[in-house]
Design a protein around this ligand. Structure first.
Ligand SMILES: [Zn+2]
Length: 163
């Protein structure tokens, strides 16, 4: 298992990285809102609390591969927006051209077009394919073809972290 080096402690997307876990180490846990909170050890040795009932974790447990381009999400970064936030969360990333790319929970039928927040309307997509698809109802194969023409932007773009 290749994980990003430990010296990435500060990311360009404004989130503080607290730790890193392999994709298959993170098991969703659905109970009442409070009972679903689990603690995870960060790189600094401290424990951080994460709500493990997010549908994202369930989706990524089922499929960690972008349905359009095939990018594999293999590392969960434990992240927190602000120092004073009590709850951290996991984001799943794949790597392309030495750059971490966020994996997203895409709505197959876009919400803007009446798509529901339900597991059977979710699919795993990398951030780039998700941006290409936006609110269009286009097949993953077509998104994948459009993605071939996509050049990774400079790392200052949000959601990209240069390794
Ligand atoms: Zn993709």
């Amino acid at each position: 298992m290749i994980l990003p080096p430990k010296n990435i402690m500060c990311s360009s997307h404004g989130l503080k990285i607290l730790g890193r876990y392999a994709w298959d180490d993170i098991i969703p846990y659905e109970q009442g809102v409070n009972e679903s909170i689990r603690k995870f050890r960060g790189d600094d040795g401290n424990f951080y609390y994460v709500k493990m009932n997010s549908p994202r974790y369930k989706l990524f447990e089922k499929n960690n591969i972008c349905v359009a381009c095939g990018l594999v999400g293999f590392v969960y970064l434990l992240e927190r927006r602000r120092e004073d936030e009590d709850i951290a969360h996991f984001n799943l990333y794949g790597v392309e051209n030495n750059t971490l790319i966020l994996m997203t929970k895409d709505h197959i039928l876009p919400k803007a077009n009446g798509g529901k927040d339900r597991m059977d309307n979710y699919q795993t997509m990398c951030y780039i394919c998700n941006q290409i698809k936006t609110n269009l109802e286009i097949r993953p194969e077509l998104v994948g073809q459009m993605r071939q023409c996509f050049v990774l932007p400079h790392a200052r773009e949000q959601r990209y972290i240069t390794l």
